[in-house]
Design a protein around this ligand. Structure first.
Ligand SMILES: Nc1ncnc2c1ncn2[C@@H]1O[C@H](COP(=O)(O)OP(=O)(O)OP(=O)(O)O)[C@@H](O)[C@H]1O
Ligand SMILES: [Mg+2]
Length: 385
């Protein structure tokens, strides 16, 4: 191979490494990829990556070329004494022909495979050393070359960015999870808990009255049983709301069709469904899911509150706009002043619409039915609350 070919090969390998690292968002996988790629890139028998905590301590140690059994036999992650500590504190590269000849070497722990040549490079993000990449046992050579060192340095630059990205992604995920937990807690507290509390009060009252008014108590108990059944129904639909059908995102029209079918089967309301146009490719999963949830809540409200004789659902889609409208001819309500009696349903609809950049219109008046319309312009960036 000519040297130009060699350089091209390496450039290709580095570019592939960059693409592969940045397309991965799981931190575990990014770390493992970094060591595996580093080992391949310079032909080392073993590779390891130390990730550093805020005070420079090693928090993770990922290896490549060592079997799981060998890793187990070696034991704990290194403490950073000896050569690993040198790289760790100085943030310098290190290339050695024979590890044990270096006066700073602290020797290997028992069961450690023999290692002679070493190349160590720090992973630097902005000005911080976030870890170190070690390559050992250059195959077919006594030591790693300056060229190897340069290649690994380039890889380390890409790796540091990929690691930071994956860490940020992990953090964002756990924040989202916490927020979700808070939301569920709040919903359960405000909804289900209040209903159960009310049933508890009725039962307490029954205990007081049972001797004097057994017939009245019977009526109250029946009422309590009905309320509990309602609560069970609420919890069931809440769980359903938390776990949308998997097909929703892939096929919004089909999912809406299911909702309308459920309304027809479970109520006496005459229903109609109209679907116009094809869903644009550009609609995101989050947008489709939000439209689904809005439709679901609007349909639930029709079933729960409207006392309508008929209801119609219309899904219109084009490359520029997707809209869903749920209309009923029931008792309606004061949508202008609805803020006052707005509960989770309407509030969630608004939140979901806003989070994906859709507009929500509620129209209707008392005794004149209700229309809920969600409009999503495709290609617009969502308005962040
Ligand atoms: N289609 C409708 N017809 C008549 N009234 C409606 C309709 N949709 C909503 N409402 C009225 O608006 C109120 C608020 O609706 P919202 O969905 O926020 O709460 P909810 O359905 O009572 O409870 P949840 O938080 O479980 O959804 C309802 O209690 C009801 O009085
Ligand atoms: Mg509701």
């Amino acid at each position: 191979m000519t040297s130009t070919q060699g350089t091209l090969e390496e450039l290709r390998a580095l570019t592939e490494a960059g693409v592969s690292l940045t397309s991965e968002i799981s931190l575990e996988k990014v770390l493992q990829k970094v060591v595996d790629i580093g080992r391949d890139l310079v032909g080392a028998r073993y590779a390891a990556l130390s990730v550093l905590g805020p005070s420079g301590e090693i928090t993770r140690f990922i290896t490549s070329g060592i079997s799981a059994e060998e890793r187990l036999a070696i034991g704990d992650i290194p403490s950073g004494r000896g050569l690993l500590g040198v790289l760790l504190h100085k943030g310098d590269s290190l290339s050695l022909e024979t590890i044990s000849d270096d006066p700073r070497s602290a020797g290997f722990p028992p069961n450690h495979p023999p290692m002679t040549s070493l190349l160590g490079v720090p992973l630097i993000f902005r000005t911080h050393i976030i870890g170190n990449l070690y390559l050992t046992e250059k195959t077919g050579e006594r030591a790693f070359s300056d060229h190897d060192q340069e290649l690994v340095r380039l890889l380390a630059t890409q790796a540091a960015v990929a690691i930071r990205n994956a860490e940020l992604h992990d953090k964002a995920e756990s924040v989202a999870r916490l927020e979700e937990r808070e939301r569920i807690g709040m919903d359960l507290h405000d909804g289900v808990m209040q209903s159960i509390y009310a049933v508890g009060l009725t039962l307490e009252d029954c205990v007081e009255r049972v001797d004097d008014d057994p017939a009245g108590v019977r009526g109250s108990l029946e009422g309590a049983m009905n309320s509990l059944n309602d609560v069970i129904g609420d919890i069931r639909s809440y769980i359903f709301d938390l776990r949308p059908r998997v097909s929703v995102v892939a096929d919004l029209p089909e999912a809406v069709r299911h909702l309308v079918d459920d309304l027809r089967i479970n109520t006496l309301i005459q229903t109609s469904l109209e679907i116009d146009g094809e869903l644009p490719d550009a609609i995101t999963q989050d947008q489709a899911l939000a439209l689904f949830h809005i439709t679901q809540e609007a349909i639930n409200n029709v079933a729960k509150h409207s006392q309508a004789r008929s209801a119609s659902v219309r899904l219109e889609a084009s490359d520029r706009l997707v809209s869903i409208e749920v209309h009923d001819d029931g008792i309606g309500f004061d949508t202008e002043g609805e803020q006052a009696h707005e509960r989770h349903g309407l509030r969630n609809m608004r939140d979901r619409a806003r989070s994906v950049g859709a507009e929500l219109h509620l129209t209707g008046r008392t005794n004149e039915g209700t229309t809920v319309r969600a409009e999503l312009s495709i290609g617009d960036s969502p308005e962040v609350p």
